[in-house]
Design a protein around this ligand. Sequence first.
Ligand code: F3S
Length: 673
Amino acid sequence: MKSFVVAKSAGFCFGVKRAVDMALSLAGSRVCTLGPLLHNKQVVAKLEALGIKAVNSVEDIPGGHAVIIRSHGVDLETHRALIERGLEIHDATCPCVKRIHEIVSAESERGGLVLLFGDRGHPEVTATASYAENATVFSSADELEELLKTNPELADKRLIMVSQTTASRNEWDKCVKISKKLCTNAEILDTICNATNFRLKEALELSSRCDLLVVVGDRGSANTRGLAMASPKAALIESAGELDCAGLAGYERVAVTAGASTPPETIEEVVLKMTEEINATNTPVEEAGSGESFAELLEQSIKTLNTGDKVKGVVTAITPTEIHVELGTKHAAYIPLDELTDDPEIKAEELVKIGEEIETFVVRVNDVEGTVKLSKKKLDTVKSWEDVENALDTNVILEGIVKEENKGGVVVSVKGVRVFVPSSQTGLPKDAPMSAIMNTKVKLRITEFNRARRRVVGSIRSVQQETRRANAENIWSTIEVGRKYGGIVKSLTSYGAFVDIGGVDGMVHVSELSWNRVRQPSDILKPGDKLDVYVLSFDPEKKKISLGHRRPEDNPWNRFTASFKVGDTVSVKVVKLMPFGAFAEVMPGVDGLIHISQLSDHRIGKPADAVSEGDTVTVKITDIDMERQKISLSIRALIEEIEPESIPEGPDEIVAIAEEGKTLIATDIEETE
Ligand code: F3S
């Protein structure tokens, strides 16, 4: 033999260790165990030597003695008998087994039928079944299939399927498939213990790398026998005395593992003997494992975990309430579902997969029960704090959701870390309500980080400014007359609106806002409004951009010329009186002029003698000046058409005078009659 390697999982599982520790702590007092504490003659003998004997039944417990319940647990009836006898009970039932008792009892109370996968007659299975009103035990996938097929009424009943902690995973997986296929209402709870699985997996893995697998343990232990049967390279020994040193010479590499009931001293004796053998043959010793001595490996496997430790493990099962994680130590580690994620919509299976490595945070270690509560959420938070702290050093931009607003600003949740953003750094205009960004995703930079005070400050504005600078550069390098932008109104003046086109502000003159008459921009706009604009002109040196909003295709002059011609009679509204005539609106945005001489069929002193502002009158279009965009209107022309001989003399030519885009009006015919 050139080298050997010892499995990290060799020896006591935490449930057995807990039971042995409990018994040893009671040495010296009057106590016995109900049945042998574990399947290992050496340990049972050691306990006997300390005065802790095993009895076979409740009646056999001597008076005045306390009793230890072993890790398999006891059935309900026995438990009641112990209580009835008024005995002091030290319950070493493994917490994993207890959890199954609780599940079975609760589900049974709710009317569920329990299907229990395991070895009939095994004390653990007998005990678990006793906690259900109605439990059916099956020991293979074939048996389950037969059961469901011959009792089809079960298919729609509420079924709860659990297993013995040390059941075969392969067989269990087959059972799961069958129940999913044949049942509509089965709840499947994976209650196989991680420790057993992990031990078996590791043994097989080591065996694939070595020439011989030495399994150390009592032949009466099912767990030990299971290991020995799993590999054709396995040889079972109960102690170092059975080790065939001469035989070892025929192997290059040897692996050592041990059952859950094998005490550490037995394994250590085997290891010592193998080490001596290697030394005696002067073969260079290849250190076990990754260069660690057995003592170190043993130490590692029983190492104490502490709250706050970051640990890596392998996901071994996902149940409706928790994730089981194998840490490679003698603990049953689990992540309650609410420690996995905050999002109730996300299923555990979407976040973790069986067999994948997961890094978690130790929340609580229960050395008495041998359990470790883990949290992924807390580790994520720890990591988030690191990320946020790094972001300060590296000036990296982070993303978060605005969760709260308060007097001084808002609180942004960045990967679960609360980052305060003062109102001046929110990027909102002064006096704008903080609620405008509530529950929105924002980008920000960290500007202050104080872990001790748990104070983190950030700035949204800093990111916005940088983005704006980059956008401005982009705009100036691509701007051209006619280019369109979706803008946001930043501020208003009496002569126009300043509009942000995504990093640069441009100005829309009031006359460019609408084809209709607009007295001042605030009549139709307010800061924050979205406004589609296009570039009229720009000056990169002076950094000035002149924008337009009204669209050429909406030009009312074009609409007017498309609809009206000289000679048409139209109804118009008098909008303004001037000394030389009256302006009237032909259509929105298009006015015409009714010269004073055209307001009536007789001479009048002033336009007000014929019409008033607001009057609607019928006029004839007498001229359209396409070049100057002026329209001449006449009331008189209409009257003359009706009574030509009664029209008094007037000027030969009517001159339309109008402002740009406006036209002349005529007075109400009725009034002139
Ligand atoms: Fe051991 Fe408990 Fe598992 S006794 S094998 S840790 S169920």
